[in-house]
Design a protein around this ligand. Structure first.
Ligand code: ATP
Ligand code: MG
Length: 314
């Protein structure tokens, strides 16, 4: 009699996971921008908590804990399957909570399956290359989740707000024309399409904090000695360019949000809410890959049965 095939395609505790995935999709969709053309930043309120009041905080924390659990299981399948890569990009003004969101949302995943890269002011070596170079070196391997804490998007954000940085970038002067930003948006779209066709899916997060809340968080960083290290005077200087940054963010999202590589514009004045939305979007992204554990063929099953027999006979 033929052996009954092992149901390795079955996802662990399928029902439970499916319920969480469904909720995650519903929760994160309102913040997903996958057709940029009509996007307006003013449509998103940084204080938004999806209609949940602060009394919902404990429930949100519980949902986050369940979400993190689901995420860990999906990541385990991603790793075992070893086919897809997942790139999560985080962009935000200072003190919007990038670090905290990354820390909380990824807290349950196996560190072996996760790679974080932070991109600061470019080094001399980095400036000696095209603007995508330093980021392409840090792309996630198959089976891994890669996180970019800032990214090549800085080259259409901080560099656009301070075009004097272009001079330091050593570009041939004739390439610094008025269409430089259009060209960069186009190059980013092509790069992300290239990644998608190679099995690396990209999800981008803009943590949208208000200027008022940023001020509150800066003051907290100054007043609390344990948080002093997080504050630098240059952060406060960038704050004075707020309007220019918001304009650059809006244009960047309009130009680079696609069905394949959507932006999530996440309200960021309430950290608990930001984290739930980010976790939900990551769960949705992983689920979209239809992950399952690799199927074990008849040869492998025979081998396992043989080894089991030998072990039991010891
Ligand atoms: P933290 O929360 O610790 O402040 P951070 O991501 O803001 O984290 P910083 O050490 O402040 O880290 O450095 C990042 C700085 O580098 C940002 O001000 C960012 O705009 C700047 N930066 C990143 N990429 C570029 C670039 N390509 N050109 C110029 N500046 C850049
Ligand atoms: Mg900073």
């Amino acid at each position: 009699m033929a052996r009954k095939p092992r149901e390795s395609k079955q996802r662990p505790a399928r029902l439970d996971l499916d319920k969480i995935v469904k909720r995650a999709r519903k929760f994160s969709r309102p913040y997903r921008v996958d057709r940029g053309k009509k996007f307006r930043l003013s449509d998103i309120d940084p204080r938004d908590t999806g209609g949940l009041g602060s009394e919902a905080k404990p429930r949100a924390k519980e949902a986050l804990a369940n979400g993190i659990h689901a995420l860990a299981r999906l990541q385990d399948m991603l790793y075992a399957q070893d086919r897809w890569g997942v790139l999560l990009i985080f962009q935000a003004m200072d003190a919007a909570g990038k670090d905290g969101a990354i820390k909380h949302v990824m807290s349950g995943v196996n560190p072996q399956g996760c790679q974080v890269a932070s991109f600061k002011s470019p080094s001399a070596e980095e400036l000696d290359h095209d603007f995508l170079w330093r980021c392409s070196k840090r792309l996630p391997e198959r089976g891994r989740i890669g996180i970019f804490n800032r990214s090549y998007y800085e080259d259409v954000l901080v560099v656009k707000v301070h075009p004097e940085f272009l001079k330091g970038a050593k570009l041939p002067p004739e390439l610094i024309g008025k269409d430089i930003w259009e060209n960069r948006y186009r190059d980013i779209r092509s790069f992300e399409r290239y990644l998608a066709s190679n099995g690396v899916i990209v999800r981008k997060f803009f943590l949208h904090v208000s200027q008022k809340e940023q001020k509150r968080r800066f003051l907290e960083r100054i007043e609390n000695p344990d948080k002093n290290w997080k504050f630098s005077a240059s952060d406060a200087k960038e704050r004075s360019f707020w309007k220019d940054y918001m304009k650059a963010y809006e244009e960047m999202i309009r130009e680079t949000a696609t069905e394949e590589s959507p932006w999530y514009v996440v309200p960021a004045d309430n950290k608990w809410f930001t984290r739930v939305v980010v976790a939900a979007a990551v769960i949705d992204a992983l689920d979209s890959l239809g992950l399952h554990y690799p199927e074990v063929g008849p040869d492998k099953l025979r081998e396992l049965a043989g080894v089991k027999k030998a072990l039991l006979a010891e």
